[in-house]
Ligand binder design. Sequence first.
Ligand code: GLC
Length: 428
Amino acid sequence: MTINDRDEEARAILRANDRGGYTVPNGRVYPFQWNWDSAFVALGFDTFDRNRAWQELETLLGAQWENGFLPHIVFWQDDPGYFPGPAVWGTGRTPVTSGITQPPVAATVVRKLWDSAEAAGDGGAYRPRLAALFPKLLAWHRWFRDFRDPEQRGVVVAMHPWETGRDNSPEWDAPGEPIDISNVGDYVRRDTSHLDAKMRPTKLEYDRYLALVQFGRATGWDHGRISRKNPFRVADIGMSMILLRANRDLAVLARVLGDESAAAELDDLIERAERGISWLWDDKTGTWCSRDLVTGRHSGFITSTSFLSFYAGLADPARDAATLAHFDRIGASVPYLMPSLDPADPGFQMIRYWRGPVWAVVNYMIGTGLTEAGETDRGERVRGDTRTLIERNGLYEAFSPVDGTGSGGDDFSWTSAIWLAWARQPRS
Ligand code: GLC
C-alpha cells in the first residue's frame, strides 16, 4: 500500500465514522462521541474539510453542562453495542452524557485550527466561530480548577481511570484497591464481544470502573461532592501536562480575541501549574508520574505520558536530562516508540491496551513537544515510528511496540486523523 492509498483510506474512515456533526471513534466498539477523540479527529478533518473540523468541536461543546463540565462521552443516540450506556450513567441530561470528563486537548486543537485558518487566509470567516468557542473552553478549564484540583496544586486529579483516557494503566492499580466492588452486581461487557479479551482491561478493573460510576451517580453527579469524597483521587500526570499546555494555547487565543482579563486569568493558572507540577516529579525513579492524592504515593511508573513535559512547555535541565535518558533507554529496547508502559517494567504487556501498546495520539503529543523544545531528532524518531507502524500495519487503535501488530479496533478515527495531520510526512 502506498502513502497515498493510506491517505485515501484515512479520509474514508473519517467520512464513514461521521455521524453528522460528530465522529465515532470506531463504529462497532465505540458508537458515540468521545471527548478527546473528537478533538484529535478535528485535526484530521482540517487537512481536507476545514468547516467539518470546526463543527466536530462545536458539536462536542454543545454538550457542555452549565457548570462548565465537558463530558467524556456524549450519547447523541443510543446504541446497544456499548456498555455502560446512557441508562447506567443516569446523568439525566439532554443530550445524555457521562458524568466524568477526559483529557482537555480541545483548546490546543482549536488553536491549531485557528492558525491553519489564518495561514490559509480564512481568518475573517472563522473568527466568529473562534469567539463562540472561546468562552466554552474557558468555562471548562475553570471547571478543572474548581472540581479537579481539590488541593489547588495546579494539577488535575482524576476521579475515574476513564477520565485519564488511559483506562487500564497500572498507575490506577494501587489507588484502585480501596474501591468497594461488592455491590457492583452482574453485568455484561460489550467490548470483549467485539475484541479479544487479552487486549482489554480485566474483570477486576471493570468492576472498579462501574463502582465509581455508581458512586458518582449516587451523588447525582455533584462534582463538588465527588471531588471531596470519591474513593479514587489520583493526580494524573497526563491530564496535568495536557491542561498546562491547553491553558497556554487558550491564553494565546484570548489575546487573539483581545480578551486581556481572560488572558491574565489563564496566565495565573499557568504559573500555578508550573510551580505545582513539581509535586508529580518522582525523585526515586527520576520521572514524571501520577500520584495518589489519598495516600500521597507516587506511582513510580514510567508511562508514555511521562514524556509530555516538553509538550507542556516545562523546561528544567536536570529533569529534562533524566527524562531523555529514559527516552533513549526505552528507544534502544523496542523498535517502535512510545510504549504506554516502560518495557522494563514487569507488568509490561505488548498487546494489553494501556500496559504496553503504542497510541498514535500520545505519540503526536510527545513528538510535537520534543520538536518544539528543540529535541528534533527524538521528535522525529517518535513521528517516524508512528508513520512506520501505520504504514505497515493499518489504522488500528494501538500497536505493539515490539512487533508493530495492530491491537484493539481497526478503522480507528483518531489514528486516521493523526496519520493525515502529522505522521504521514516522510522521515526527514
Ligand atoms: C478507550 C481509550 C480512550 C478513548 C476511548 C475511545 O476507552 O482508553 O482513551 O477515548 O477508548 O476511543
